[in-house]
Ligand binder design. Structure first.
Ligand SMILES: Nc1ncnc2c1ncn2[C@@H]1O[C@H](COP(=O)(O)OP(=O)(O)O)[C@@H](O)[C@H]1O
Ligand SMILES: [Mg+2]
Length: 300
């Protein structure tokens, strides 16, 4: 039987690090010999972090990432060293109860400033651009495609990695300018290979992987997969039996939250976000857990 929600973790403050940075979702601690990525239960929507957390969300993100890092290490090397707190720096050992299940000890990377998006279906910002008759990342899609249509081949549609604000779609040529020809080509081929591999696994579990985003970094000069991987925050998963071109299937992510936020009259999508009601927290949590269970066969 599923256990109840664990205590929500909004923010952490661990000792002994050279530096600490808070992303929208993760707290990133740099130590001498590695980085500790702690996934909090924070949730963001429209690029604004909500004041209310989703219990167990950070555990889902970490455990889904760890599942995929293990499964795909034969395709691309990745930054994960260990998810076992005993392997983490000495200074954080007293915080094991907070860190357990939601943290990854990783090799430190020089982050490549590109978000490596792969799309197998026409959704999200690509669908919006298509409706406006625009090309997207240099691709000119054929006429007559419907929302959520499957593309002939998965496409590499990279974006910038904006320090603040929205990431902008870029062409492969612009991607080359942001890193180098060799790394850009390798990121493109790795990303597409990973997408295809994950699509197969998701399909076998009744899920469609519509699109996803990878990040790469250089570790000792070698291109390596970093950050999170194929999680509900970085990917659009659909239930295969809800998919039909012409409408957007329900996702396993923040759609319920976004829909609720869109209905609010008194929030203009700037910080601070509103406190979330119980039904939004419960429904969102259930979707994250369901996705993890369907992909990995486990709950956090
Ligand atoms: N191995 C690594 N070395 C250095 N930085 C990393 C590594 N893996 C992930 N990161 C960075 O850690 C941050 C993770 O926090 P996140 O909450 O996702 O931030 P953001 O709001 O920028 O998406 C990202 O900026 C990511 O690029
Ligand atoms: Mg991120």
């Amino acid at each position: 039987m599923e256990s109840g929600p664990s205590k929500v973790v909004i923010s952490t403050d661990l000792p002994g690090a050279i530096s600490r940075r808070q992303g929208k979702v993760r707290d990133v601690y740099e130590y001498e010999d590695g980085v500790l990525l702690v996934a909090s239960d924070r949730i963001s929507a429209f690029d604004v972090v909500m004041p209310t957390g989703i219990p167990d969300k950070g555990k889902v993100l970490t455990q889904v990432s760890a599942f995929w890092f293990e499964k795909t290490k034969h395709i691309v090397p990745n930054h994960l060293i260990s998810t076992d707190v005993a392997d983490f720096p000495e200074a954080v050992q007293p915080y094991a109860d907070i860190l357990e299940g939601r943290s990854m000890w990783c090799h430190k990377a020089e982050v490549v400033p590109v978000e490596c998006v792969v799309r197998g279906y026409l959704a999200g910002s690509a669908w919006k651009a298509y409706q406006r008759g625009e090309t997207f990342c240099g691709y000119d899609f054929p006429d007559g495609l419907r929302e959520a249509a499957q593309l002939d081949e998965p496409l590499f549609t990279p974006t910038t990695k904006a320090e603040s604000g929205h990431d902008e779609p870029i062409t492969v040529e612009q991607c080359v300018e942001l890193c180098c020809h060799k790394d850009a080509m390798a990121m493109q081929s790795h990303s597409i290979q990973l997408y295809k591999y994950a699509w197969e696994h998701a399909s076998a579990n009744g899920l469609l992987l519509a699109d996803t985003k990878f990040e790469f970094g250089l570790i000792d000069g070698e291109l390596t997969l970093i950050d999170e991987m194929l999680t509900p925050d970085s990917s659009r998963y659909w239930s295969a039996n809800q998919w039909a071109p012409g409408h957007q299937p329900q996702g396993f992510d923040k759609q319920y939250l976004r829909d609720w936020l869109e209905e609010l009259d008194d929030w203009d999508k700037t910080p601070p976000g509103p406190e979330l009601p119980g039904h939004v927290v419960a429904k969102t949590r259930a979707l994250y857990l369901e996705l993890m269970e369907r992909l990995t066969g486990r709950t956090p």
